[in-house]
Ligand binder design. Sequence first.
Ligand code: ATP
Length: 358
Amino acid sequence: MFKVVPVSDPPVNNQKMVYVRAMTEYWPQEDPTIPCVDAGLPFQKGDILQIVDQNDALWWQARKISDLGTCAGLIPSNHLMKRKQQDDMKIDEKCVEAAGFRRSMRLCRRKSHLSQVRAGAWCADSCCSAVGTPYEEVMRYQRRPSDKHRLIVLVGPSGVGVNELRRQLIELNPNHFQSAVPHTTRSKKSYEMDGREYHYVSKETFESLMYSHRMLEYGEYKGHLYGTSVDAVQAVLDEGKICVMDLEPQGIQVARTHELKPYVIFIKPSNMSCMKESRKNAKIITDYFVDMKFKDEDLQEMEDLAQKMETQFGQFFDHVIVNDKLQEACAQLLSAVQKAQTEPQWVPATWVSYDPES
Ligand SMILES: Nc1ncnc2c1ncn2[C@@H]1O[C@H](COP(=O)(O)OP(=O)(O)OP(=O)(O)O)[C@@H](O)[C@H]1O
């Protein structure tokens, strides 16, 4: 049975329009259970959908907001999509593959301790999100000038230029952009100052932050713990500045809270031939060598990892920047960061209607 909904504005029957972010993808052609393939609406992770009708328990009608002029199409209801995901054994295969993500020792982040400790978490986190919430209800949010700034999160495969872009952005206006000061359990060096390079804390203090979920990411390196706390980010935001941080992608879900309202930017490598040209003088730091030149296999590895990140975490990316020419990427980053703070954006509905009492 179908209900035919004419394309109209305002909403039919004065129903409140519901908007959702697709946390998974859907291809009607590959779904043998859809009542009418031609009526199906294909969508990708991260697409924002306007739900036109959700009266049927199994099949909803929706439009993509990028294409509101077109007719609504059929999509599986929340309930049906969850059931499909649970039945779909492919999810398990993806997990096995994801669990194999390792940054090589050769092309390893300086914060390699983080990736090593958290590598196993990629699998668990991504699968939870896959079977947990097929659709996340979203609303338009526009930051008022009196509100704190949104946290800017940069994500990307190791070596793509996340740190370089963050550095360049901060250099443009250090009074406006700032990184959060990380915590460490290692002892302070003579030239360092508490609260400048790091917050130097005991293992007990660090662990209590970890267990009370106040660490956005953390890991161990040469026997010492390192991490970035929610409070360190808040301290930057409380000063009226924009906090810019890079995160491993599995940390995105931890950061996605009403308090931080992160805007996630994925930094992506361009194609191999462009990368070979733009990175011919670039240097990377590995666990063993400082200032190594990029090899072809490093660039290939970067491309592969970027693809996997997009497949697994693309639903969380608010914006994507291809980092080919550095100055262009930097200009794009500045513009995206400004838009995130001044223009309406889709965010989880719970961030807008947040009730601290509930
Ligand atoms: N668009 C670009 N063109 C040329 N060189 C670049 C570009 N982007 C970054 N680089 C250079 O590539 C190298 C690696 O960049 P960066 O350290 O920022 O990588 P990353 O993504 O932070 O990874 P890691 O955490 O492993 O260092 C640096 O030498 C940086 O200056």
